[in-house]
Design a protein around this ligand. Sequence first.
Ligand code: ADP
Length: 284
Amino acid sequence: RITVLGSVNMDLVATTERLPVPGETIFGGSFAQSPGGKGSNQAIAAAKSGGEVEFLGAVGDDTFALELRETLVLNDVGTELLREVEGPSGVAFITVDQSGENSIIVVGGANATVTDLSAEELAAIENASTLLCQFEIPIETVTAAAKHARAKGTIVMLNPSPMQPIPTELLECVDVLVLNEIEADQIGDDGLAGVPHVVITRGSSGATYRGPQGVEHKEPAMPVEAIDTTGAGDAFAGALAVAWNQGPEQALRWACAAGALATTVRGASPSLPSDEQIEAALTL
Ligand code: ADP
């Protein structure tokens, strides 16, 4: 079983001809509301790509909370430990202009309240085979969860996104670091040195793996007609967690297929592929 500890947000997406300047009001074209957040997206990605998944995180007491919980449930993600707290759920205000340029405001809301872990949550982490985390909830909580997982033999997979410096005490507990090229450059080779398994996603160039004793593997991207890369990284991370027990090479193959398929459909969570879709794409 995979336990995902992370964020869940409602994405509010407006399209405009151009991004507004300070003080300006402009008309937008379309508007869409869709469940997102890296934690929730990766949990759904893992569940759809064949994993048994449980989500640790928090929603607020607003109307968004109902839909956010429902989306996890509908995608077979376990929500027994999803907290409901007073106040707003996490939201992301996203503006996308005609050229595809965007500006984003994320308000943590309920996600920011995940500052401690209950005995029940710690038990869920230690009973899981893998803990998958990102940086959209307080980093201290991620560190505490990773330490507990490490002590109990649960594999710790970290997607350090959105990027912030990784505390040494957290990095020491990470078994698998999954990050994109930009994040990898920001951390630098020295920052990645002590981590046993490092997986770097490289967009349309696929992904690379660096393991213990200098083992390396390069997985080419699956050729697809990409229309929207939103969610590709989350699809990759969730699928990687599911396939990790088959070894890094197989896991990268599975995750690259998931990431590629996610780029062929618009949006984040609707674009996450199922295990049948991944298998079909790999046997083509
Ligand atoms: P992020 O969205 O986090 O920056 P990437 O852009 O590296 O992540 O995408 C994650 C994975 O999705 C890549 O490793 C790759 O396997 C797949 N992917 C992304 N873009 C494409 C593409 N244009 N064609 C094929 N696969 C892609």
